[in-house]
Design a binder for this molecule. Structure first.
Ligand code: NAD
Length: 251
C-alpha cells in the first residue's frame, strides 16, 4: 500500500528491533524514511532491506547538537522516538548512573527530537509524534524494572503535555505501550536471566508466561501500530497510550 505517501518520517533507534521493523514498514507504505541509530553497521543494511526511500545515518539520540541539526534537516512530518534501554533491578539496586542514563536516553532524547522537529511541523501545519513507552510503567508494574518503568511512565506525561499544547495546530502526539517484543535486546535479557537462573529454558518460560497469549510479539506487529499512528487514518487520536501487549494488562 501507499498509506504514507508524501510523508517524511524520522525514526530513532532504527537499526534493529521495533525501530527497524517500523522504518521498513513505513518505507513500504511510501514514506520517505530517515532511519537513525548509533549502530551504523546494522543501519547500513536497512535501505536495501526496506526497498523504498530510506536515508540511513548515524544519530545519537543523547547528543543535543547533532539531534538539533539532523532532525531539523530531515523536516519530518512524522517523528517516531523509539530509542530506549532496559535496566534490570529494583529501587534498591538502581544506581544514580543508571537513573541518569535512562532519564536521558528513554525520556530526554524525546524532548530533544521534539524540540528539533516541532517548529517545522507547526510551520507546515501538521505532524504526528509517536513516542515509545511500554506496557511496563504507567500501565502495569513489572518485577525488577524500576528504572525502566519510571522513565517509560514519564513518557506518557510528556506525550499528553505535547498533545494538549498543540492540539489545535494539527500536531498529534501519541505513545505506544507494547508488552514483550522479540528483539535483539530482548534475546539478550532472556540470556542474562538464563545465566542467573542457570537455566535458559526456564528464563524463556518466565518471559513468555507474562504474556497470556503464550507468545511474545514480533516487531512487525508493533510496526503495524506505528504505521497507523503515522498515517492520517489515525487523525482523531492524540494524547493517548496505545496499548499493544497481547492482553498482559487487560486480564
Ligand atoms: P533493541 O533494544 O534491540 O534495540 C535498540 C536500538 O537502540 C539499537 O539499535 C541501539 O543501537 C539503539 N540505540 C541505543 N542507544 C542509542 C542512542 N543513544 N541513540 C540512538 N539509538 C540508540 O530494540 P527493541 O527491543 O525493539 O526496543 C526499542 C524500543 O522499544 C525501546 O525504547 C524499548 O524500551 C521499547 N520497548 C521494547 C519492548 C521489548 O520487549 N523489546 C517492549 C516495550 C517497549
Amino acid at each position: 500500500g501507499q498509506r504514507l505517501a508524501g510523508k517524511r518520517v524520522l525514526v530513532t533507534a532504527a537499526a534493529q528491533g521495533i525501530g527497524r521493523a517500523s522504518a521498513i514498514a513505513m518505507a513500504r507504505e511510501g514514506a520517505t524514511v530517515f532511519a537513525t541509530d548509533v549502530n551504523t553497521d546494522l543501519l547500513g543494511t536497512l535501505p536495501e532491506e526496506a526497498g523504498g526511500s530510506v536515508e540511513a545515518f548515524a544519530l545519537d539520540a543523547r547528543d543535543d547538537a547533532s539531534v538539533k541539526t539532523e532532525v531539523a534537516r530531515a523536516e519530518p512530518d512524522v517523528l517516531f522516538n523509539c530509542a530506549g534501554f532496559v535496566h534490570h533491578g529494583s529501587v534498591l539496586d538502581a544506581t544514580d548512573e543508571e537513573i541518569d542514563f535512562a532519564m536521558d536516553l528513554n525520556l530526554r532524547s524525546m524532548v530533544r527530537t521534539i524540540r528539533a522537529a516541532l517548529p517545522g511541523m507547526l510551520e507546515r501545519g501538521g505532524g504526528s509524534i509517536i513516542n515509545m513507552s511500554s506496557a511496563v510503567g504507567s500501565v502495569i508494574g513489572a518485577p525488577n524494572r524500576f528504572v525502566y518503568g519510571m522513565t517509560k511512565a514519564a513518557v506518557v506525561g510528556l506525550t499528553k503535555s505535547v498533545a494538549v499544547d498543540y492540539i489545535t495546530e494539527g500536531i498529534r502526539c501519541n505513545c505506544i505501550c507494547p508488552g514483550t517484543v522479540e528483539s535483539p535486546s530482548w534475546h539478550a535479557r532472556v540470556k542474562a536471566l538464563g545465566e542467573k537462573l542457570g537455566n535458559y529454558d526456564e528464563a524463556m518460560a518466565q518471559f513468555v508466561a507474562r504474556q497470556p497469549m503464550g507468545r511474545v510479539a514480533s516487531p512487525e506487529e508493533i510496526a503495524a501500530l506505528v504505521v497507523y499512528l503515522a498515517s492520517d487514518e489515525s487523525a482523531f487520536t492524540t494524547g493517548h497510550t496505545h496499548i499493544i501487549d497481547g492482553g498482559w494488562s487487560g486480564q
